[in-house]
Write a protein of this length. Structure first.
Length: 201
């Protein structure tokens, strides 16, 4: 069987379970590019910025992530925790960019980013999401308000609809990590079968 799907992205707001799911992929041999030393350094620099400068630094970080995925996916299955969708969604949710500005950026830069074969987007109800955020030890500031969460999810929907990426949405609120991972793999296996059938034709 020809395997062509090698670059996956996990997206989702804070507290939806991205790192936990990534660990399952890592245990199955995926390379988590988000943990690459140089990539991690770029992320830390971006986090220290504010306003529009922060968003632009995160987009540069996302571009570097995509370039690394393009390089490494020929040798290994690779995965990113968050990509440009998160950066733009956060920019809108934090009132840094208007929706029109988000659309303009997408129109100008989307073609420059390496496209994932599968986008896995995690969602979670507000109470459970806040509980998870408050439970973990992190020096990062997380805006846990419902207003921000609604804006973040709305603009994420718009971005994904606009660019048309192959994606799966999973609500992690009442599921174990094994249930989530099983659901993701069922979707990926179906995508494999569809792609390979199209190739054989």
């Amino acid at each position: 069987m020809l395997i062509i799907m090698k670059f996956y992205v996990i997206e989702g707001d804070n507290g939806t379970g991205k790192d936990t799911l990534a660990a399952k992929f890592q245990n199955d041999g995926f390379e988590i590019l988000t943990y690459d030393k140089k990539i991690k350094q770029m992320e830390q620099i971006a986090k220290k910025k504010v306003g529009e400068d922060k968003v632009l630094n995160f987009l540069a970080y996302n571009k570097a992530c995509g370039d690394l995925a393009k390089e490494r996916k020929n040798e290994n299955n690779v995965l990113l925790i968050r990509y440009f969708i998160s950066s733009l969604a956060a920019a809108y949710a934090d009132d840094i960019f208007s929706y029109q500005k988000i659309v303009d950026i997408l129109d100008n830069v989307y073609d420059k980013f390496e496209k994932p074969n599968i986008l896995i987007r995690l969602k979670c109800n507000q109470d459970e999401r806040v509980r998870r955020i408050e439970q973990r030890n992190s020096s990062d500031f997380d805006d846990k308000t419902l207003t921000r969460a609604i804006k973040y999810n709305w603009v994420s929907d718009q971005i994904i609809s606009k660019i048309g990426l192959n994606h799966i949405d999973i609500n992690t609120s009442n599921k174990t990590i094994d249930e989530i991972y099983s659901e993701v793999n069922r979707y990926i296996n179906q995508a494999f079968d569809f792609t390979n059938n199209e190739i054989e034709r």
